[in-house]
Design a protein around this ligand. Structure first.
Ligand SMILES: [Zn+2]
Ligand SMILES: [Zn+2]
Length: 452
């Protein structure tokens, strides 16, 4: 057992003080988050870490409040509509299930998942993890919970559902006397608690507390590395928990693929998401094709005293403008028409730009992609409004609202565009830029060597 190693002096200095940007794979110095300052990636401007004070306790209290409000918000009566002495009442749960009564099973499943199941799951997962951390635990199931929370959070759409409730109220305000019940107020509380819980969680801090690897097990790179990206430095970043792992050794065959999962959260690790471009293209083209029936066919039919009038998404928007409800008209125009169009055009532009290796406006394209990810879920607004109207406007021959075929196509557009954004790997945008820079550098060297 040698006590001193003479080779030690010749070994270059290694460091484990670094991080990697999840959006562009840039190798960065370790981030030191401060409460006064949010670090951003210098290349793609992505926010890298936002410090949340007292995160575990706040998340625990807020998620518990949300869970306590969940049952009355969903099952207590929400609203009553009263037209000429006839009254109909519905709870949020009944509205969520109303698509099944209409025979629209696929849309129904989507509304149940996004309006009922995912919101409950996200709150429960948040509660479980924050309670565990608050008690000082470090259990394996907590990492599983946090991993699932990461994937489910954008599918929990109670915030959009609440806006849909307000739009329904404004839409029916002229025609019916509206009664507000316990469910309505509990639902507002539920949404406020959910949004606050989601914004109080400090995911980096939570993951650090759940990390079982010791400092010795952290991957190290030479302190004076020439590598610009994680990939060049032989490192893989988990897209779920942002843990850095060394690239697995190459198999004997060039195309041999080693499936490797994150040691902390279990997410499958890829240098880049597999077939990302092809999958995103397929989903975007499908969304584009479905946009036609979604906008040209009627989405809702209203029967009033025996007269049935069917309306498309645009008809509904025009109706709001004609009534003078410009704000609501604009919200629905944005959520139902502009956002899906923006997503399809924006994603196509990004994919074309990668195909053609365009290296200009990269930062703008990265920003546009993050915006597409952020607004994607808001297109569900119109579907929630229709679900609410179907359950609340049930006055028999006097007046009733039913769904029409476009609801299915429109939901499919929302799903396709959301999955297109999930399938896309934004690091691919920057790979072509890296290749071009390397090519330019090689050309410069060649020019310098070759006499002009
Ligand atoms: Zn970046
Ligand atoms: Zn992970």
């Amino acid at each position: 057992m040698a006590t001193s190693d003479p080779k030690q002096k010749t070994v270059p200095r290694f460091t484990d003080k670094f991080s990697i940007c999840p959006s562009c794979d840039l190798l960065l110095e370790e981030i030191q988050p401060l409460s006064t300052h949010t670090p951003v990636c210098p290349r793609c401007l992505r926010r890298l870490h936002r410090k949340r004070p007292d995160s575990a306790r706040r998340t625990l209290v807020l998620s518990l409040t949300g869970l306590l409000l969940y049952l009355p918000a969903n099952f207590a009566p929400l609203l009553t509509f009263n037209i000429l002495g006839a009254a109909t009442s519905s709870s949020l749960f009944q509205s969520t299930l109303s698509m099944f009564d209409q025979g629209e099973y696929l849309v129904g499943i989507l509304v149940v998942l996004t309006g009922l199941i995912c919101p409950f799951m996200t709150l429960s997962l948040l509660f479980g993890v924050s309670a565990g951390l608050f008690l000082g635990w470090q259990q394996r199931w907590m990492a599983v919970f946090l991993h699932w929370y990461h994937h489910l959070t954008e599918w929990a759409m109670t915030d959009i559902y609440l806006i849909a409730v307000f739009i329904t109220i404004i839409k029916m305000n002229h025609a019916a006397a509206i009664g507000y019940h316990l469910g309505f107020f509990c639902f507002i509380g539920l949404v406020a608690a959910t949004v606050a819980a989601q914004s109080s969680i400090d995911q980096s801090l939570f993951w650090d507390k759940l990390d079982r690897t010791t400092a010795d097990e952290r991957p190290r790179i030479p302190a004076e590395t020439a590598a610009r990206t994680g990939r060049e430095a032989g490192l893989l970043l988990c897209q779920s928990c942002h843990k850095i792992s060394p690239l697995p050794p190459r198999g004997p065959q060039e195309n041999q693929k080693e499936e490797m999962s994150c040691p902390r959260c279990g997410e499958l690790l890829h240098i880049r998401k597999e077939n990302s471009i092809d999958r995103s293209w397929a989903l975007i083209v499908t969304a584009l094709l479905l946009t036609l029936p979604a906008n040209l066919l009627p989405i809702m039919s209203v029967s009033s005293l025996g007269n049935v009038s069917k309306s498309t998404i645009l008809d509904g928007i025009i109706h709001f403008f004609q009534e003078g409800s410009y704000g609501i008209g604009l919200i629905i125009l944005t959520a139902s028409v502009l956002v899906p169009l923006f997503k399809i055009i924006g994603m196509s532009l990004i994919l074309i730009s990668i195909h053609n290796k365009w290296t200009t406006w990269l930062r703008h394209k990265a920003l546009m992609f993050r915006f597409i990810q952020f607004v994607g879920r808001w297109s569900m607004l119109d579907i929630f409004v229709i679900a609410l109207l179907c359950s609340l406007v049930r006055f028999g021959s006097l007046s009733s609202v039913d769904t029409a075929p476009a609801a299915l196509y429109f939901s499919a557009v929302v799903l396709c565009t959301m999955f297109a954004a999930i399938s896309f790997d934004p690091r691919l945008l920057w790979d072509s830029a890296e290749e071009e820079t390397a090519k330019d550098a090689a050309q410069d060297v060649a020019r310098g060597v070759t006499p002009g």
